[in-house]
Design a protein around this ligand. Structure first.
Ligand code: UDP
Ligand code: MG
Length: 335
C-alpha cells in the first residue's frame, strides 16, 4: 500500500457512520438444501456482532423451493428483500441486481453455500471502519477445490494480470465488503459483460485483504462446470484486455518478415542453382500453417465482435420478476 493513500484512508475513517447498515447480497440458484442453515448462521453472526443488517437475496431463476422458502422467511420478519429474476441470468448478473437493490451503507457479497465464512463479516466491517472502501477475502487455502481447478485458476490470474491494466488479486473471489461509494461507482459501469471480479478491481478505491481458509460447500452442489468456467475466463480476458486482438499485428509482422527472408533465399537459390521443381511438402506446410493462423486470428476478432454485438443491443443486464420485501428494510437495528 503506497503512503499517498494514507491521508485519504484517515479522512474516510473519520467520516464513517457509527452504526452502519450492512446489506448482505446473496445470489441464489437452486439452494434449497443450504438456505435455512445459511440464514441461521449469518443471522447469529450479525446479531452477535451487533451489526444492523438486511438480506438482499437475488433468486437467479431457481427451479426448486429456494424462492418459496425465502419469501416465507421475509414474510416472517427477516429484514431486507428477495429480488426474483425472471430467469437464470448467471451469478454475475445476479450480483449486479443485488447491488442495485441494496440500501446499506456497506454491502457484503457472499455465496449461499457458506463457502464464504460469515464469521469474517464483522472483521470486514472493522476494516471498513479503519477507512478502507473495499475489504476482500483472500483464499489462502483452496484445498476444498480440486487440483485442476486450482491450477487453472492460478494460470488464469497470471494471464489476466499480464494482459490487462488492472491487477486482480490472486485467489480473491467475489466475497468482499464494499462501501456505498464503491457500489455507486459499480452502478456507473454500463457493460453487459459483467465479470464482477474485474469490475471490482477496475473501480479501484482503497482496499484491504482479509486472508481466510475456504471451506467446502455446506450442502448442495456447485453450479459450475469447466465449460462454464472456460467461457467465464474468456469473458474476463476479452472484457479487460485488447492484447489478444493486437497481438495479431505483431504475429503478422513477424510471419511476413520470415516469409520475406525465405523468398530471398529462394530467389538466390534459383539464381545460383537454377530452377528446381520439387516443393510440394514445403508449400503444403506453409498453406496449412498460415490458414490455421488466419482462422485462429479471425476467431479472436470474432470473440470481440460478438461482445460488441452484445453490448450494442443495450439489453438490460437482468430482468426482475418481483421483489418481496421483508418486514422492515429501513435503518433500524434488528434483533
Ligand atoms: N449462483 C447464481 N446463479 C448461477 C450460478 C450460481 O446465483 O447461475 C450462485 C449460487 O447459488 C451460489 C453462488 O452463486 O450462492 C456461488 O455458486 P457455487 O457455490 O455453485 O460456485 P462455486 O463456489 O462452486 O464456485
Ligand atoms: Mg460455492
Amino acid at each position: 500500500m503506497s503512503d499517498t493513500i494514507q491521508p485519504y484512508i484517515a479522512r474516510r475513517k473519520a467520516a464513517r457512520p457509527a452504526s452502519p447498515l450492512v446489506s448482505l447480497i446473496v445470489p441464489v440458484f437452486n439452494e434449497e438444501e443450504v438456505i435455512n442453515q445459511f440464514l441461521k448462521v449469518v443471522s447469529e453472526v450479525m446479531t452477535g456482532a451487533g451489526l444492523a443488517h438486511e438480506f438482499v437475496f437475488v433468486d437467479d431463476g431457481s427451479r426448486d423451493t429456494t424462492a418459496a422458502i425465502l419469501s416465507e422467511r421475509f414474510a416472517a420478519g427477516l429484514p431486507g428483500r428477495l429480488v426474483g429474476l425472471s430467469r437464470n441470468f448467471g451469478k454475475e448478473a445476479a450480483l449486479t441486481a443485488g447491488l442495485d437493490h441494496a440500501k446499506g451503507d456497506v454491502a457484503v457479497v457472499l455465496d449461499a453455500d457458506l463457502q464464504d465464512p460469515p464469521e469474517l463479516v464483522p472483521q470486514m466491517v472493522d476494516g471498513w471502519r479503519a477507512g478502507y472502501d473495499v475489504v476482500y477475502g483472500l483464499r489462502v487455502d483452496r484445498t476444498s477445490d480440486t487440483a485442476v481447478k486450482r491450477g487453472s485458476a492460478s494460470a488464469f490470474y497470471k494471464l489476466f494480470n499480464k494482459l490487462s491494466n488492472i491487477d486482480l488479486p490472486h485467489n480473491a473471489g467475489d466475497f468482499r465488503l464494499i462501501d456505498r461509494t464503491v457500489i455507486e461507482a459499480l452502478k456507473e459501469l454500463p457493460e453487459r459483460n459483467r465479470f464482477m471480479k474485474g469490475l471490482f478491481a477496475w473501480v479501484g478505491f482503497s482496499s484491504m485483504a482479509l486472508p481466510y481458509e475456504r471451506p467446502a460447500r455446506a450442502a448442495g452442489t456447485t453450479k459450475w462446470n469447466y465449460w462454464k468456467l472456460w467461457n467465464f475466463a474468456l469473458d474476463g480476458l476479452t472484457g479487460f484486455s485488447t492484447v489478444p486482438l493486437r497481438m495479431w499485428t505483431y504475429c503478422g509482422a513477424g510471419v511476413a518478415a520470415l516469409a520475406f527472408a525465405y523468398a530471398l533465399i529462394l530467389v538466390l537459390r534459383t539464381l545460383v542453382f537454377g530452377i528446381d521443381m520439387p516443393g510440394y511438402a514445403s508449400i503444403m506446410t506453409a498453406i496449412l500453417f498460415f490458414s490455421g493462423i488466419q482462422l485462429l486470428s479471425i476467431g479472436v476478432v470474432g470473440e470481440y465482435v460478438a461482445r460488441l454485438f452484445n453490448e450494442t443491443k443495450q439489453r438490460p443486464i437482468y430482468l426482475v420478476r418481483d421483489v418481496i420485501a421483508g418486514s422492515h428494510s429501513g435503518k433500524e437495528t434488528d434483533a
